[in-house]
Design a protein around this ligand. Structure first.
Ligand code: IMP
Length: 198
């Protein structure tokens, strides 16, 4: 089956590639030659996922899914949330975003946070479905680990001593927000398998 993951983020693509069967052909924006930034103007993760999926579906008419992820920090009233990519500015690097988060969390005892992922899937007929994944954890006091991307070096998932950035990709993938959302999409495919609408 041929499906587009509407991302140009290699980290995200490689996480999903580890979860799909060998007979899937997973294309990314790079493979489709879509190089422009898709404006993420939604007020929620779900709206942004829908904007990205719509944009790509209009161009290629192949089944497509897009994800949008946010880090929701309790002590910051849910920030950076939908602004996670642009937390420290429009073109902020992962490191700059992590540094700003550390700065804002200085002296705060409540370190509780969660990642949320919304996936929007559009099938060959243009029908949309949404899937959510979440993982709870804590924000550490310093950057720890070099794997992964984004806020991974600051995020210690509940029940683990390691941050996401200290885990092998397979371990992050077993518990992550994106993996949980994708597994729901995957079971949706299994439920309708044999159906040409995929
Ligand atoms: P996006 O809009 O879904 O690409 O995600 C927004 C921002 O959230 C990214 O720029 C990353 O900083 C962060 N992010 C997304 N997914 C992850 C993840 O799996 N781990 C850590 N940070 C992430």
């Amino acid at each position: 089956m041929k499906i587009v993951f509407a991302t140009s983020n290699n980290h995200k693509a490689s996480e999903i590639r580890k979860m799909i069967p060998q007979n899937w052909e997973l294309l990314t924006l790079v493979d489709l030659g879509i190089t422009e930034d898709i404006p993420e103007t939604g007020a929620t993760l779900q709206e942004n996922a829908e904007i990205k999926a719509n944009y790509v579906f209009q161009k290629c008419h192949i089944p497509v899914f897009a994800d949008d992820t946010g880090l929701i920090v309790d002590a910051l009233d849910g920030r950076p949330g939908v602004f996670s990519a642009r937390y420290a500015g429009e073109y902020a690097t992962y490191l700059e975003n992590c540094q700003l988060l550390l700065h804002e969390m200085q002296g705060i005892a409540n370190r509780a946070a969660r990642f949320e992922t919304s996936i929007c899937y559009i099938d060959a007929q243009g029908y949309k479905r949404f899937f959510l994944g979440e993982v709870k954890g804590n924000i550490l006091n310093e950057i720890t680990g070099t794997n992964g991307f984004g806020y991974d070096p600051l995020f210690q998932p509940e029940g683990f001593l390691a941050t996401f950035a200290e885990m092998p990709a397979e371990q992050k993938n077993a518990i992550s927000h994106r993996a949980k959302a994708f597994l729901q999409l995957y079971s949706h495919f299994n439920n309708i398998s044999g159906n040409a609408n995929i």
